[in-house]
Design a protein around this ligand. Structure first.
Ligand code: FPP
Length: 232
């Protein structure tokens, strides 16, 4: 049994529905969702989590109305303006997974600055997945691997080495995957990395998911027995 909890990944779902319920625009939900990223990230760091990976924008989210896409792409600027100082004080390191070069220039700039500024922080990695898709990540990895084979650098990959071809190199497998808002799907998030993750589906929409809820999820995780295919 291995109940160590290093890496939590969250599918932050339900912003839009939460906003609509209050007769607000979907972007109102995303705004509160971004505010909540701060609360949950800080709680995770205080609880000793090493990596927190958040699904902030998927490769499929480009199909949304332009206004919503534009809003989501501008959220990192708001978020880091408001919270970077605090994240730095807490030694939180900002990382990114996804198709960086496809993001708008302004978003790239803001993310680059946050990553550069926090690169020596050691407490917890806070990873934003933007323009990220698990299948897309695998395709990109296959291409790089094929090139390495052609160039004679590789010819006999092992399971452990696959990580070197993923966007999450160095982050390790996900131990616990949480999805808010009661949808029972993985939605193309971290497909390779969740192979043995414990899955938790939470009723609350993301803007209402509190540090206390995170703590309950962690308690639930510790009550589960992870056997990794063995007999425990
Ligand atoms: C899915 O829920 C959520 C998203 C596509 C966006 C999530 C983004 C954030 C919470 C903010 C990220 C913060 C930063 C700083 C980048 P939905 O709103 O589509 O939910 P619905 O199913 O209710 O429509």
């Amino acid at each position: 049994m291995n109940n160590q909890l290093n890496h939590i990944a969250i599918i932050m779902d339900g912003n839009g529905r939460w906003a609509k319920k209050q007769d607000q625009k979907r972007t109102f939900g995303h705004f509160h969702g971004a505010e909540n990223v701060r609360n949950v990230a800080i709680a995770a760091q205080e609880l000793g989590i090493k990596v927190l990976t958040l699904f902030a924008f998927s490769t499929e989210n480009w199909k949304r109305p332009l206004e919503e896409i534009d809003y989501l792409m501008k959220l990192p600027a708001y978020f880091f303006d408001k919270f970077m100082k605090e994240l730095m004080e807490r030694q939180i390191k900002i990382e990114f997974i996804g198709h960086f070069s496809r993001l708008p220039q302004g978003t790239q700039k803001v993310l680059k600055r946050a990553m550069e500024q926090s690169k020596n922080n050691t407490a917890m990695k806070l990873v934003f997945a933007m323009d990220y898709g698990g299948r897309d990540e695998l395709v990109e990895g296959f291409k790089r691997y094929a090139q390495d084979v052609v160039d004679g650098r590789e010819n006999n990959i092992t399971e452990d080495e696959v990580e070197n071809y993923l966007m999450t190199t160095g982050l390790g497998d996900v131990d616990l995957l949480i999805r808010t808002s009661m949808e029972y799907r993985i939605s193309n998030f971290l497909l390779w990395q969740i192979a043995y993750a414990e899955l938790l589906f939470v009723e609350k929409p993301w803007p209402k998911f509190t540090p206390e809820d995170l703590k309950l999820c962690i308690d639930e995780y510790h009550q589960r027995q992870r056997r990794f295919g063995g007999l425990g």
